[in-house]
Design a protein. Structure first.
Length: 426
């Protein structure tokens, strides 16, 4: 019998359409495809552009995922000719067994250039000191969930993380220790996230390189406005995220003397001390801002009534959920200044009635397509009607569930304003 008669249609495909098909497959699906037949295994491995760039493995000490032991990982890597990339989540401790595993892996696959590793917890930075001589030259992504001790930090040198692109680090580090850690990264760092650290005004040292940094996140850190200003001056950040930010932000007012920022996404979430002036100080320096999230922040919106010029004209997504100090009047003034191109507004769990919209003759969000008013329990029928009258006619999604004070008649009456409405959540 002719060999071609025993092959499947997929196995008989010409090289170009076959390559297009496998480029759409996830690593797990590619693995299954390799095991289907010797022909498919050979054809997959012949495609150098899709030669298992990234293997994804999990070591999880819970019932959700079956734990994978280090020896199993090395044994599995032997099944393929090339391991160019590896993504590993380690929920257990980084032990000597793991170190031996990585040494064997690097010996068998010197082509490994893209290692992405998330470690749930390490006893001290000394663990990294032990591992980096083996994996440092290919470690592009490092996420440390909790570092229990800074012991060993001073043993790391500037050559320890030469290709690192993404760093997320959680640990109780002092301002000096944080500065030393950041001084280890090179110019190619693109994403930085810090949790639980002291970010005083001098946490950016002369040894820090952030020329390529695009995303910076701070979670529950002791932060100095001056330190953040230093970082913004020395980087090209496009996404800036603060969670549990214990500052008013008013120190950002010095930014106006520098070149405009490149920030497109700005998040101040659960920042109760953030003031209107602090917010204004940074967003007026962000002409390219697209996404603004102020979830549970301390702003009131009152300062926007004192400003004559509109700003942040590129904002399309605004999140003001659960802002306890934001009044009806403050919301109206804020939207009048930045609402020209907004398409999404989230006002869930707000203490607003909406009635202040009746006192303005300006369309506050003429291009709005998505509006959320979930659990706005003080919203009245008159306020709801007044708000709708100041929107454009592009609304497609409206969510008003858990609003016991708005009647169904009022909602139905406003449908005439929004002929394009497609999704309604009551």
């Amino acid at each position: 019998m002719n060999d071609e008669e025993t092959l499947s249609h997929l196995e008989l495909l010409p090289a170009i359409p076959f390559r297009k098909i496998i480029k759409m497959l996830r690593p797990r699906e590619l693995k299954s495809l390799r095991l289907a037949s010797k022909t498919l295994r050979d054809r997959v491995e012949q495609d150098e552009k899709r030669l298992f760039k990234h293997w994804i493995f999990y070591s999880w000490e819970a019932a959700v995922f079956k734990p994978i032991e280090p020896e199993q990982l090395v044994r599995f890597s032997k099944e393929v000719k090339t391991v160019q990339g590896l993504q590993l989540i380690v929920m257990s401790s980084l032990s000597d067994t793991w170190l031996s595993c990585f040494k064997r892996l690097k010996n068998e696959h010197p082509e490994l250039k893209d290692l992405r590793m998330m470690v749930h917890s390490i006893s001290s930075i000394q663990v990294l000191v032990d591992f980096l001589p083996t994996i440092g030259d290919c470690l592009t992504d490092l996420h440390v969930g909790n570092c229990l001790s800074p012991v060993g930090l001073q043993d790391l040198n500037s050559g320890s993380l030469p290709v690192l692109k993404n760093l997320i680090f959680s640990g109780d580090l002092t301002n000096e220790q944080t500065s030393y850690l950041l001084g280890l990264v090179r110019h190619n760092l693109k994403k930085l996230g810090l949790n639980g650290m002291d970010l005083g005004q001098n946490f950016i040292s002369k040894n820090c390189f952030f020329s390529s940094l695009e995303e910076f996140s701070v979670f529950n850190c002791s932060v100095s406005d001056k330190g953040i200003v230093q970082l913004l001056q020395s980087s090209r950040i496009k996404k800036l995220c603060f969670i549990f930010f214990d500052s008013t932000g008013e120190g950002f007012n010095v930014l106006e003397v520098y070149n405009p920022l490149l920030i497109k996404e700005l998040l101040f979430e659960e920042c109760p001390r953030l003031t209107d002036l602090g917010l204004l100080s940074i967003i007026k320096c962000c002409p390219q801002l697209n996404i603004l999230s102020l979830h549970e922040s301390g702003i009131s919106g009152r300062i926007f009534s004192e400003i004559s010029l509109n700003f942040a004209p590129q904002v399309v997504d605004l999140d003001l959920q659960a802002c306890p100090n934001l009044s009806d009047e403050g919301l109206v003034e804020m939207l009048k200044k930045i609402g020209a191109n907004i398409k999404v507004i989230k006002l869930n769990s707000m203490n607003i009635t909406g009635e202040a919209f009746a006192h303005t003759n300006v369309m506050v969000a003429p291009k709005l397509e998505h509006l959320e008013l979930i659990a706005c329990k003080k919203m009245t029928d008159f306020g709801f009607f007044s708000l709708f009258a100041k929107l454009g006619h592009e609304l497609r999604t409206l969510k008003v569930s858990s609003n016991t004070s708005i009647s169904g008649e009022c909602i139905a009456a406003n449908f005439s304003f929004q002929a394009k409405l497609e999704n309604l959540e009551l």
